[in-house]
Structure formats: structure tokens, C-alpha cells
Ligand binder design. Structure first.
Ligand code: TYC
Length: 104
């Protein structure tokens, strides 16, 4: 394994360079449907995405009017955990609410 000598002009080993790269980021998107209540969507946005009542209401109405809305941007594992939390809460409450993630 090559070492990094900052003033030697030597380049970073590619593994070290990969570790210094910013991680890929993922948007979590909420999808509209005709059955999930507006109140439930607002509660989910507050609980899972730490939104205020006002932010949650704005995002929910955006999803309701446009079919899809942005809940936040996270690293892969955090985005995946939040998608799973939304689906678990929806399932437990018998709502068909769906959520997806997409790489930025
Ligand atoms: N369209 C739903 C209704 O009229 C409300 C809703 C909003 C559902 C956002 C899902 O992600 C959603 N009850």
C-alpha cells in the first residue's frame, strides 16, 4: 500500500482517494394515491422526516397536486431506512402510501 506524502508530488492511492470522495446522495420521494388520508401523510412527514406541521402540509399538498414530492436528500442507508419506515407505517395503518428513492 503506497503512502501519501503531501509535499512529495506523489499521487493519492486510488483506495484512499475513493474514501475521500463525497458519498452519493439520494432523494426520497413520496407518491400520491387516492386513499391515504392527508392527515396521515402530514404525520408521516413530521415523524420520519422531522418536518414542522407547516413544511409537512406544504409537501403533502405538493404531492397531492403534482403526483410526487421531495421529502429530503440522504446517504443511501438513511434514505433506504426512511423509505422502509414510511412503508411500515403505511402497512400498519392499512394505507397504500408509497415512497421511492432516486440517486441525485
Ligand atoms: N391524495 C390523497 C387524498 O386526497 C392525499 C395524499 C397526499 C396521499 C400525498 C398520498 O403522498 C400522498 N386523500
Amino acid at each position: 500500500m503506497s503512502e501519501y506524502h503531501p509535499d512529495s508530488g506523489e499521487e493519492l492511492d486510488s483506495e484512499v482517494r475513493d474514501e475521500l470522495d463525497e458519498p452519493p446522495m439520494y432523494s426520497v420521494l413520496l407518491l400520491n394515491d387516492d386513499y391515504t388520508t392527508m392527515e396521515f401523510v402530514v404525520q408521516v412527514l413530521m415523524f420520519v422526516f422531522n418536518k414542522t406541521t407547516e413544511e409537512a402540509t406544504r409537501i403533502m399538498m405538493n404531492v397531492h397536486n403534482n403526483g410526487v414530492g421531495h421529502c429530503g436528500t440522504f446517504t443511501f442507508e438513511i434514505a433506504e431506512t426512511k423509505v422502509d419506515m414510511v412503508h411500515k407505517l403505511a402497512r400498519e395503518n392499512n394505507f397504500p402510501l408509497k415512497c421511492t428513492m432516486e440517486r441525485e
